[in-house]
Design a protein around this ligand. Sequence first.
Ligand code: HEM
Length: 127
Amino acid sequence: MSDTKVISLSELQEHTKKDNLYVLLHGKVYSVSKFIDEHPGGDEVILAEAGKDATEAFEDVGHSDEARDILKDLLVGSFEEGSALPTKTASSPNLSAPVAQTASNASYFLPLAALAGYFAWRFYSSA
Ligand code: HEM
């Protein structure tokens, strides 16, 4: 295989339709449209990864060597180096997570501090 086509992030993200679908696996871009109807795991799981880095989802399933062989026929090219990967971890919901964490810590801490204060008061006032 001497496929040297380089696919950019925006090109990858443009191919999200079932009949024109790219996924990124281990830094290589694959066109899955002609295989998606034959996929033993169903079309939905692949559609969910359309235009994205599907490496984690693909490896989590523990695909066989046979599955990896199929990929050779679907190769479009390699992913443009330096492009930001459209992984789930890179999305904004993550940024709000620490804020939510802080809020829930405070909502535990305040009633606990009040309770501790109450018992301290009971202890000292009864002594
Ligand atoms: C895009 C390239 C992919 C190819 C060529 C491919 C190929 C295959 C093949 C041949 C199998 C049969 C079992 C095996 O040989 O390992 C399989 C099963 C499966 N695949 Fe994929 N797959 C791809 C992507 C994905 C993705 C992105 C997911 C997302 C989670 C996925 C989920 C599954 C699941 C859940 C099964 C198990 C089905 C079952 O045994 O009930 N596959 N795949």
